[in-house]
Design a protein around this ligand. Structure first.
Ligand SMILES: NC(=O)CC[C@H](N)C(=O)O
Length: 245
């Protein structure tokens, strides 16, 4: 953490913020604050320069047209790339997962260049994946079942530099491009360097506090004591319970 306050950046919420994804930054701030760590959310709009020295970056999901504006912005503004070069943690949801890859092809068959910081590519699946998404984490430091909501047309293929976040128990996760054979085991998300990306909306961190704490730990270098936030356990139990998980 660079200063005494944990600075959590939400990038382009006007184009990357479906399903309450900007709530991820609020969860990070609140979980830090309840442990006595001063924290603030910094909103960085589409027309603002992206600061390179924020402590955590959060990017949400978006519709195809909005998503292409975000992709263009990230290709032109060096701020996020510099932050990633410095190893700053970043959480990316759905559309922003796709945008951080080499390229993605959207529903109108437009191939859009991404930032290329994730070794992934995305093509249309041919149908949308909509519904609850549950996975068992693979990333070290996570033990609790991951729960979220997915709604995406893209199917993402990981290259050798990218590792998945979790093994899918319910739902689609990264999916399969149309015409390709589905892998025998389905995975959700991408982990590469300081980036954790997933198809889970929810907002993801409201449903998965362990993931929120992992990001805060990485940003602050602190080992965090457990924190019970009223309602979170009940929310997880209710969401997982509806699926019989
Ligand atoms: N929910 C989202 O972020 C959607 C991402 C992208 N537009 C897709 O449909 O694949």
């Amino acid at each position: 953490m660079s200063e005494s306050t944990l600075r959590i950046g939400v990038l382009m919420p006007e184009v990357l913020g479906t399903y309450g994804d900007t709530g991820n930054a609020i969860v990070l701030k609140e979980r830090a604050r309840r442990r006595g760590i001063a924290a603030e959310v910094v909103k960085v709009g589409l027309l603002d320069a992206i600061p390179e020295s924020l402590d955590i970056y959060a990017l949400g999901g978006g519709e195809d047209t909005a998503q292409s504006l975000a992709a263009q912005k990230l290709r032109e503004d060096p701020g996020l790339m510099r932050a990633l070069d410095a190893g700053r943690p970043l959480l990316a949801i759905c559309a922003s997962l796709q945008v951080l890859g080499h390229w993605y092809r959207d529903a109108r068959d437009q191939r859009v260049a991404g930032l290329g910081v994730l070794d992934i590519t995305t093509d249309p699946q041919g149908s949308r994946s909509i519904g609850e998404l549950v996975s068992e984490p693979i990333l070290e430091g996570l033990t609790e079942t991951l729960t979220g909501f997915e709604n995406h047309g893209g199917g993402t293929v990981l290259g050798p530099e990218a590792k998945p976040l979790g093994r899918v128990v319910k739902g689609t996760g990264n999916g399969t491009p149309e015409g390709c054979e589905p892998a025998p085991v389905a995975y959700d998300g991408v982990v590469q360097g300081s980036i954790i990306a997933t198809y889970m909306h929810g907002p993801c961190l409201a449903r998965n506090p362990e993931l929120a704490d992992l990001l805060i730990s990485r940003a602050t270098g602190l080992e965090l004591e457990p924190l019970e936030v009223p309602g979170v356990g009940a929310l997880r139990a209710e969401r997982l319970g509806t699926l019989g998980v």
